[in-house]
Design a protein around this ligand. Structure first.
Ligand SMILES: C[S@@+](CC[C@H](N)C(=O)[O-])C[C@H]1O[C@@H](n2cnc3c(N)ncnc32)[C@H](O)[C@@H]1O
Length: 108
């Protein structure tokens, strides 16, 4: 993480916590942009992320989720849409990139 930030000329602050013990990250937010990659590889993660992500994003913010086609993806996207979130599938990225990126916008 530190090396990646250095190469990109960025300063980052690292905070590690579980999605079921998310007090520290919720207290640090909310954020304009939340990035998540390959986090739906287990069904148990759906409920955790559906509960957590809305607490992390500002009203005008967004979540960008990269997913490899995990089985729990559809359940997660349906749950977010059912809570009023706008779910957009982003255009395919560069050739050779297997992940699909979804943009999630909070309800108005
Ligand atoms: C398949 S890895 C993806 C790692 C990285 N984001 C990527 O795309 O290469 C899933 C990640 O979700 C994290 N994760 C899974 N369940 C979690 C939980 N309950 N709380 C916090 N992180 C969790 C794991 O620690 C791991 O870093």
């Amino acid at each position: 993480m530190a090396e990646n930030a250095r190469r990109n000329g960025l300063t980052v602050e690292l905070l590690e916590c579980g999605w079921a013990a998310s007090g520290p990250i919720v207290a640090a937010g909310p954020f304009e942009l939340v990035l998540a990659s390959d986090v739906l590889y287990e069904r148990v993660n759906v409920a955790l992320l559906v509960a957590l992500l809305p607490q992390l994003v500002t009203p005008a913010g967004q979540v960008l989720l990269a997913d490899l086609g995990r089985p729990a993806l559809a359940e997660f996207l349906d749950a977010m849409a059912g809570r009023g979130w706008t779910v957009e599938q982003r255009p395919p990225g560069a050739e050779g990139i297997r992940a699909t990126v979804y943009r999630l916008l909070p309800p108005n």
